[in-house]
Design a protein around this ligand. Structure first.
Ligand SMILES: NC(=O)c1ccc[n+]([C@@H]2O[C@H](COP(=O)([O-])OP(=O)(O)OC[C@H]3O[C@@H](n4cnc5c(N)ncnc54)[C@H](O)[C@@H]3O)[C@@H](O)[C@H]2O)c1
Ligand SMILES: O=c1ccn([C@@H]2O[C@H](COP(=O)(O)OP(=O)(O)O[C@H]3O[C@H](CO)[C@@H](O)[C@H](O)[C@H]3O)[C@@H](O)[C@H]2O)c(=O)[nH]1
Length: 320
């Protein structure tokens, strides 16, 4: 059955890919984005666009919407350590206003972009949703605060909500890909070196307690992630807040990612070791058993070389 969905942050990387999947599935999509880090061209053809802030969502939300998919946020771990107030204001303040607007309009279904950064340094690997949450950055803390807010909203006011805790999103889907400005994410930065746009990639710390000393992350293809959002819309149950990790369960170090980029692109990628970046846990790898059981999620693009190849195709298109 087709529905009408508000996609906050749909001019950004992940929100744009999910909006594209919703349009392709025949749904009516309205993107709300203030373009603070997104791009007007990132909104897929076939989706309506409102240039506005989530804090003003009450102006546009009404009971014609079946659900909100909420991506709008600031999301850089390192920046949040030096500008924490920016993260509390937008991520927490903005979401409070959005939840109030949803309550006022009678929109009772939500899918929220949570994050692996809510866990902090894991007590064991892979991370499950019942593991302790002790964020090591204000970004992670702001997302955890929103998860707590949503739990209360579901219990008190019957919201049906799913928080998807993404691990490291990468890859591209057709013409939708990652182009944060300035870019801070590892894979697009390494690809910029392969393209000759940067001299070298800085490795943020090689003295972590990992096999090669660099941080280990679980990279997930953005299209697999998008499919989970459509499944989450079906799984959302009034009064319940379901939390699901989304990752492939495989960890790759920063050095392994750089080596994969060398192989996929055929370009040399010089690297220089820099100091640790604030807020980075050593290892983040997901158990996605809950997503498989509760959403019926079955990712099909887990291969890191394939993820990098899709990101590389997108980076080359946009380098022209
Ligand atoms: N990219 C990842 O690896 C990753 C991992 C875990 C979680 N997440 C979460 O996924 C979501 C999307 O991330 P992304 O990588 O696509 O980031 P992005 O910066 O590309 O997209 C965020 C979008 O939200 C918009 N926005 C921000 N604040 C807004 C506001 N107050 N009102 C309206 N629009 C606003 C921005 O303009 C942008 O288009 C974020 O919530 C992020 O925390 C991302
Ligand atoms: O130039 C760079 C950029 C990154 N890194 C390292 O590469 C790893 C991955 O970094 P990055 O791509 O910035 O992703 P994360 O900091 O792991 O954070 C991403 O993944 C998290 C979930 O794991 C999400 O919550 C965040 O929103 C998303 O930005 C980290 O160890 C970084 O220190 C480098 O060594 N050099």
């Amino acid at each position: 059955m087709s529905g009408k969905y508000l996609v906050t942050g749909g001019a950004g990387y992940v929100g744009g890919v999910v909006a594209q999947h919703l349009v392709e599935a025949g749904h009516e999509v309205v993107v709300l984005d203030n373009l603070s880090t997104g791009f007007r061209e990132g909104v897929p053809a076939g989706a309506a666009f409102i240039e506005g802030d989530i804090r003003d969502a009450a102006q546009w939300l009404d009971d014609s919407y079946d659900a909100v998919l909420h991506f709008a946020a600031f999301s850089q771990v390192g920046e949040s350590v030096v500008k924490p107030e920016k993260y509390w204001d937008n991520n927490v303040g903005g979401t409070m206003a959005l939840l109030a607007a949803m309550r006022g309009a009678g929109v009772r279904k939500l899918v929220f972009s949570s994050t692996a950064a809510t866990y902090g340094e894991p007590v064991s690997t892979p991370i499950t949703e019942s593991d302790p949450t002790a964020p090591t950055s204000p970004y992670g803390a702001s997302k955890l605060a929103v998860d707590h807010m949503i739990t209360g909203e579901a219990a008190a006011h019957g919201l049906g909500a799913v928080s998807l805790r993404y691990f490291n999103v990468a890859g591209a889907y057709g013409s939708c890909g990652e182009r944060h400005d300035p870019e801070s994410h590892l894979i697009p930065l390494v690809l910029q070196v392969a393209l000759g746009r940067r001299e070298a990639i800085s490795v943020f710390g090689d003295d972590y307690p990992t096999p090669d000393g660099t941080c280990v992350r679980d990279y997930i293809h953005v299209a697999d992630l998008a499919e989970a959002h459509l499944l989450a819309l079906d799984a959302a149950t009034p009064g319940e807040h379901l939390i699901c990790n989304l990752g492939n369960g495989n960890g790759f170090s920063v050095r392994e990612v750089i080596e994969t980029v060398r192989k996929v692109t055929g370009h040399p990628v010089p690297e220089v070791v820099a100091g640790r970046r604030g807020g980075d846990p050593a290892v983040l790898v997901a158990s996605a058993a809950t997503a498989r059981e509760r959403l019926g999620w079955n990712p099909s693009r887990a291969d890191l070389a394939g993820i990098v190849a899709d990101a590389w195709a997108f980076a080359q298109q946009h380098a022209k």
